[in-house]
Write a protein that binds this ligand. Structure first.
Ligand code: PMP
Length: 424
C-alpha cells in the first residue's frame, strides 16, 4: 500500500524530499528536450493523409461546378453531406468553409459585435458590457479570443457530463449582458468530458435574459475516439429547434485533426436564419472557399464511413500514447493523494490536477529538466487558475518513447513539488 504523502510525518517527509531531489538531479542530468505543450498530430498521423497531396484528380463537384473557379460560398454539397453525417445534422444546415474552424468562430463573434445577430436588439458592441460563460478548464484560444475582443469571461465548472448547468442557469437568467457560452461538447479540451444529452438539452432550453444568447458549440473532436465506443454528440440543432431557441447553438467542426492541421476543411452548422446571416456577412469578405481543397477531401474520403475508418487509424497510433500517460501517472502518483487526472476516451488531451498551489512549480521544475509543458493557467481565462493546480498534457505529437520519458519526468516533478509544499 502506498502511503499518501499527506500522511507522512515531518521526518518521513524530509527524508522523501531528499530522495526526490536526488532523483530530480538525475533527471536534469539526462539533458532531455521534450515537448508536451500543443495538441498537434504526430508526423505518423499526418502521413495517413499523404494521399491528399495527389488529389483532386477531377475538376468538378457532383453538381458540375468547376472547383477551379469562384463561387459556391457555402461549400461543396458532397462535403456538406459528409459533415452532416458525421455530426448527425442535416446537410442544409451546414456551411463548409476554409482551413480553420477557429476563424469561423472568430467571424461569428466579431460579426455579432459589429452587426448583431438576427435576434439582437442591437450589435453587441453597443451594449455597455458583453459577457460569456466559460466552462473551466477550457480551450485557451477560446478565452484569448474573447479577451482580444473585450468580452468579459465568467467561469463555471466543467463537470464530467458537461458544464455545471445550475451555475450556468444562475448566470444567464437575469443578466442580459451574458450573451454566450463556449462549449466543446465531445471530448472537451482539455478534460475529455462529453456533454450528456440531458445537459445539452438543458443548456439549449434554459431561459436567458439575452434574446440573442449563443452557444458556440465547438465540436472539434466529434469523431476523435480513443476506444471502440464511438460516443455520439448531442443533437444541438435538433434540440434547439424543438425548444423554441433555434438560433442559440452554432456548431463548428474541422478536419484539422483528421487530415492536415491547418490545411484541412472547416464547417459551421446553424439554424436557417443563422446560416443566412453568416453567409450574408461572409459574402462581403470572400467570393468563395478553396473548393479544390474541399474536392480533394471528398475524393480522399468518399463518404462519412471513409472518415470513420481513417479515424480508427489515428486511434491506433495515439491510443498507446494516452495509455503511456496514464501508466506513468498511476505508477508514480497513484495512492499518493496529491494528483488526479482524466482518462479520456477521445480527444487530444489529458487533464492533470496536481496539489493545490503547485502547478506553476511543477511546470517550472519540468522546464528546468528539459520538458516543456503548457504554461500554468492556460486553460483558464486570462491565464488565471485560481487554485494553481491544473496542467494540460498533450501527448499526440511526440514519439511514444518520448511521451514515456516526458511523463516519468512530469510525475516526478509533481511529487517533488507536492513534497516541497507539504514540507513548507
Ligand atoms: N477548437 C478546439 C477545441 C481545438 O482544440 C482546436 C485545435 N486545437 C480548434 C478548435 C482549432 O481548430 P481549427 O484548426 O479548425 O481552427
Amino acid at each position: 500500500m502506498t502511503t499518501p504523502l499527506t500522511d507522512l510525518s515531518p521526518d518521513q517527509l524530509a527524508e522523501r524530499l531528499t530522495a526526490l531531489r536526488a532523483e530530480y538531479e538525475e533527471l536534469q542530468a539526462k539533458g532531455l528536450k521534450l515537448d508536451l505543450t500543443r495538441g498537434k498530430p504526430g508526423a505518423d498521423q499526418l502521413d495517413l493523409s499523404e494521399g491528399l497531396l495527389r488529389l483532386p484528380t477531377g475538376h468538378q463537384d457532383a453538381a458540375g461546378t468547376d472547383v477551379r473557379n469562384y463561387g459556391g460560398l457555402d461549400g461543396l454539397p458532397e462535403l456538406r453531406e459528409i459533415f452532416a453525417d458525421l455530426l448527425g445534422l442535416d446537410a442544409s444546415a451546414i456551411v463548409v468553409g476554409g482551413n480553420s474552424s477557429l476563424t469561423m468562430m472568430y467571424q461569428v463573434v466579431t460579426w455579432m459585435l459589429l452587426k448583431g445577430g438576427p435576434d439582437s436588439p442591437r450589435p453587441w458592441s453597443q451594449e455597455p458590457v458583453v459577457k460569456f460563460v466559460c466552462p473551466v478548464p477550457g480551450y485557451d484560444r477560446h478565452f484569448t479570443m474573447l479577451a482580444e475582443l473585450g468580452i468579459e469571461m465568467v467561469t463555471v465548472p466543467m463537470n464530467d457530463d458537461g458544464p455545471d448547468v445550475q451555475a450556468v442557469r444562475a448566470l444567464v437568467a437575469d443578466d442580459p449582458a451574458v450573451k454566450g457560452l463556449w462549449l466543446v461538447p465531445t471530448y472537451a479540451n482539455p478534460t475529455g468530458a462529453v456533454c450528456s444529452a440531458e445537459v445539452a438539452a438543458e443548456l439549449i432550453a434554459m431561459p436567458t435574459a439575452a434574446p440573442d444568447f449563443r452557444i458556440l458549440w465547438d465540436n472539434a473532436y466529434a469523431v476523435h475516439h480513443l476506444t471502440d465506443t464511438e460516443t455520439k454528440s448531442a443533437d444541438a440543432l435538433g434540440l434547439a429547434a424543438a425548444s423554441g431557441h433555434p438560433n442559440r447553438p452554432i456548431v463548428f467542426a474541422s478536419t484539422s485533426k483528421i487530415t492536415f492541421a491547418g490545411a484541412g476543411v472547416a464547417a459551421l452548422a446553424a439554424s436557417a436564419e443563422n446560416r443566412a446571416w453568416y453567409l450574408q456577412r461572409l459574402g462581403y469578405a470572400s467570393i468563395g472557399p478553396d473548393k479544390i481543397n474541399q474536392l480533394r477531401h471528398v475524393e480522399f474520403f468518399g463518404d462519412a464511413d471513409g472518415v470513420r475508418a481513417h479515424m480508427r487509424k489515428h486511434r491506433d497510433l495515439i491510443a498507446p500514447k494516452f495509455e503511456a500517460v496514464d501508466d506513468a501517472l498511476e505508477s508514480r502518483l497513484g495512492g499518493l493523494g496529491i494528483a488526479t487526472w482524466s482518462k479520456p476516451t477521445g480527444g487530444y488531451f489529458v487533464n492533470l490536477d496536481v496539489l493545490d498551489g503547485t502547478a506553476s512549480r511543477v511546470i517550472q521544475l519540468a522546464k528546468e529538466a528539459g520538458i516543456a509543458l503548457t504554461p500554468a493557467g492556460s486553460a483558464f481565462p486570462h491565464g488565471n487558475d485560481p487554485h494553481d493546480r491544473n496542467i494540460r498534457l498533450a501527448p499526440t505529437f511526440p514519439a511514444l518513447a518520448d511521451v514515456e520519458a516526458a511523463m516519468a519526468g512530469v510525475a516526478l516533478c509533481a511529487e517533488l513539488a507536492a513534497a516541497e509544499k507539504l514540507a513548507e
